[in-house]
Write a protein that binds this ligand. Structure first.
Ligand SMILES: *Cc1c(COP(=O)(O)O)cnc(C)c1O
Length: 390
């Protein structure tokens, strides 16, 4: 049996990718010389050009953060009434709807992918529904073609929360090519980041023009306002970080892929632990490594495993628990009832995101995997001794 004492330093679920300091300093010099710190400056424009090329789109704009981008996207699409979305996501998804006075209608998820169950969407459509807001959970693409067909049939808009899906492709087609708008988050905990930041990819130039105006208070060329906008600008320092990190992101994804496959090898035969498998025809980006814990087979619950790992200095996250539908602000909604969301409730009780980022080594992953295996063995023996009355 491996003897694991845990880590001397805390291992967190993620650690930000950092640009080279000397290169950052050179970028700061350029900004200082330009004396422009914000307002769609040279850095922001360069970042937009580079991101559009990297993500394979013509219509991309950057925003102050992903939540702000989602809020602006709802206004850009003129949404009203009800929007069908998933409860198995980060708080920002449902919050962005509420901030636009839209009612989230929660749809259950698929057990295999954790994504919105496209086959259940149509039963939730009412005469108040104006859009679908699916999330590409942990970077795994939703059933985009099915969702786009449903939207076309019912004349609904589709806004994808692609916060986790930076660089993902379906059969070589970029993830941002589906729906009306796709949002990406560039928060420091995401694969590619600008400290805080986000982007929208638009179906066409008209949507982009409208969102760019809303991003800048709704100001028109003559400085008058037709539609109240907000301040959603990404500043020049953030953009500079993005320009530098865009050079690093492919190496980051490669290292995460390597570590993900190692985790799979180490954990695949641990009873009660389910690991994700590589999806077919998808260019994946490995933002999180999420396992499911079956307490009956593993011996202890997800919550107990989470606490035990803390004692080894391993800081996991229960992504996504609790569900948005169980937040105080949303749990009174008709669609939040547990009867409507059996799979989401079950999945939320069992998921655990293990540490994964490009600064980790193979031995870190082997050690964490070994500890999870060993906890299983020990919990089995305790269970035995309880059964034997020892
Ligand atoms: C991170 C995240 C967001 C919010 O992005 P911010 O840039 O932090 O505002 C939205 N949705 C999901 C699914 C996220 O993980």
């Amino acid at each position: 049996m491996i003897n694991n004492d845990g880590f001397s330093e805390p291992v967190y679920v993620t650690e930000p990718l950092l640009p080279d300091l000397a290169e950052t300093y050179s970028m700061l010099e350029i900004i200082w010389q330009s004396r422009q710190l914000s307002n769609n400056g040279k850095m922001a424009q360069e970042l937009e050009r580079k991101l559009a090329a990297f993500l394979g789109t013509r219509y991309l704009s950057v925003f102050a953060n992903g939540t702000n981008a989602l809020q602006i996207a709802c206004k850009t699409l003129d949404l009203s009434g009800e929007v069908i979305t998933t409860p198995f996501t980060f708080a920002a998804t449902a919050n962005a709807l509420a901030w636009n006075h839209l009612t989230p209608v929660f749809c259950d998820i698929e057990e295999a992918t954790f994504n919105i169950d496209a086959d259940r969407i149509e039963s939730l459509i009412t005469n108040k529904t104006t859009a679908i807001l699916p999330v590409h959970v942990f970077g795994h693409p939703c059933e985009v073609e099915k969702i786009d067909r449903i939207a076309a049939r019912h004349n609904l808009k589709v806004l994808y929360d692609g916060a986790h899906a930076f660089g993902v492709k379906i059969k070589d087609k970029p993830i941002g090519a589906y729906g009306d708008i796709t949002m990406f988050s560039f928060h420091a905990t995401k694969i590619f980041h600008t400290v805080e930041g986000g982007a929208l990819i638009f179906r066409d130039q008209d949507l982009q023009q409208k969102a760019k105006c809303l991003r800048n208070f709704g100001l028109k060329e003559d400085y008058s306002v037709d539609e109240p906008g907000i301040n959603g600008k990404l500043n020049e320092l953030q953009a500079a970080v993005g320009i530098l990190l865009l050079k690093e992101v492919e190496a980051e994804i490669t290292q995460r892929k390597y570590l993900t496959n190692l985790y799979r090898q180490v954990l695949v035969d641990v009873p009660g632990i389910t690991v994700s498998q590589e999806a077919e025809e998808i260019t994946a980006n490995y933002p999180y490594f999420v396992i499911r814990v079956d307490p009956a087979a593993y011996g202890i619950s997800r919550d107990e495993l989470y606490s035990r790992l803390l004692s080894f200095n391993i800081f996991c996250r229960k992504y996504f628990y609790p569900l948005c539908s169980n937040f105080k602000c949303f749990k009174g909604l008709p669609s939040s009832s547990a009867d409507n969301l059996p799979t989401a409730n079950k999945v939320a009780e069992s998921v655990l995101a293990l540490p994964l980022h490009g600064r980790m080594s193979a031995s870190d992953v082997q050690k964490i995997g070994g500890i999870i295996r060993e906890i299983k063995i020990k919990s089995k023996s305790t269970k035995f001794s309880i059964e034997l009355g020892v």
